[in-house]
Design a protein around this ligand. Structure first.
Ligand code: AHG
Ligand code: MN
Ligand code: MN
Ligand code: MN
Length: 343
């Protein structure tokens, strides 16, 4: 049990990072704004059926379809609005991009602007909202190119190595913020009595080995050959080539699956399948795969497309999709080997 008298708040952690010269005041304040917005989203999510926020967005008979081609949930739209409103007047941003917005948005002229770009998946795992399973918010922070204070989409197209901060908030039995500013991955639990995030793990570490995998097995017949072989060897258990039995978990909220892996290890994969291959994959690079990849690498894990280190992918579109393998370093390396041997 963490001794809370030793625990520090998110605010104090960020001030310590600023004193150490690893972040500046603007980035510290931007992260605080995002954390505050996540608290507001946590309250909305927590109301469930009592808050009138469940179910699909749009009017009766007319679903609201986002740029992804997905029917938006009311909470997708509400979470997006909460993040936009919280960040409009802060003065730290040159632009924002979201899963739920076709293109990036400038900061309204009435407000001051800053040098950072914020990208987010306002509500990850939307398909779980109506069945009361954990969902989350994922965010990524980039620097705007020098001199840019009204960013355009192309200003966001930077590889994951350029991220200056990344994190997620998971709305589960407890609300937890997991954050990296490039100096380790740390978790903070929302203390609802005082309304602030309290550090509960400094320096999350992902075990290099694992016996737990996370994949949507219903897509198995649509996978590429190396993924088929990787999983069939893994399912063969200790009598098979991997020499050990594996367990499986699949929440279908990336935030929940990744949080489990950051907490106890595992490998998470959403590989290419013939249904999503034409789009490049299922998960989005800029506001799902890249922030999660930085968090995982900062915790001693690995993240790959199966053929390339995730953080080195050069984006060519705001909503670009990629195949994802991330988690326990040696297991991700094993999955990448199956692809290398096949190609
Ligand atoms: P989102 O709800 O933000 O659109 O993301 C859903 C993603 C991700 O959270 C999860 O890992 C994956 O979709 C689940 O996909 P399946 O429903 O195909 O399993
Ligand atoms: Mn979605
Ligand atoms: Mn998502
Ligand atoms: Mn989403």
């Amino acid at each position: 049990m963490t001794n809370h008298s030793q625990s520090i708040s998110l605010t104090r952690y960020l001030i310590e990072e600023q004193r150490a010269g690893r972040i500046n005041a603007d980035l510290r304040l931007l992260i605080e704004v995002v954390a505050r917005a996540c608290k507001t989203i946590s309250i909305a999510v927590g109301k469930g059926a009592l808050g009138g926020v469940l179910g699909d967005a749009g009017t009766a008979g007319e679903a609201s379809i986002n740029v992804q081609g997905e029917a938006q949930k009311k909470l997708d739209v509400l979470s997006n609005e909460i993040l936009l409103e919280a960040n409009a007047w802060g003065g730290h941003l040159a632009g924002l991009a979201s899963e739920e917005m076709d293109t990036s948005q400038p900061i309204p002229d009435v407000y001051p602007r800053g040098n950072y770009l914020l990208l987010f998946d306002p509500l990850d795992g939307s398909s779980n909202i109506d069945v009361n399973i954990s969902v989350g918010t994922i965010f990524s922070v980039l620097r705007a190119p020098d001199g840019v204070t009204r960013a355009k989409d192309e200003d966001f197209l930077q590889p994951g190595t350029a991220q200056v901060a990344a994190g997620y908030c998971t709305y589960g039995p407890s609300t937890m913020l997991v954050l990296t500013v490039g100096n380790g991955t740390h978790s903070f639990t929302l203390d609802r009595e005082i309304g602030s995030f309290v550090m509960t793990t400094r320096g999350m570490r992902i075990p290099e080995e694992t016996k737990e995998f996370a994949v949507n097995m219903s897509n198995q017949r649509f996978w590429e050959a190396p993924m088929q072989r990787y999983v069939s060897d893994l399912l063969a258990g200790k009598e098979g080539p991997r020499g050990k039995d594996f367990n499986m978990r699949w929440v279908a909220s990336m935030v929940a699956d990744v949080h489990r892996i950051l907490t106890r290890g595992g490998i998470f994969s959403y590989p290419l399948d013939s249904k999503c291959a034409a789009k490049g994959g299922k998960l989005r690079l800029m506001y799902e795969a890249n922030p999660m990849a930085l968090l995982v690498e900062q915790a001693g894990g690995a993240a790959s497309t199966g053929r390339q280190r995730m953080l080195e992918v050069q984006p060519d579109g705001l909503h670009q999709r990629v195949p994802v393998f991330l988690g326990s370093k040696l297991e991700v390396e094993a999955a990448v080997r199956y692809h290398a041997e096949h190609d």
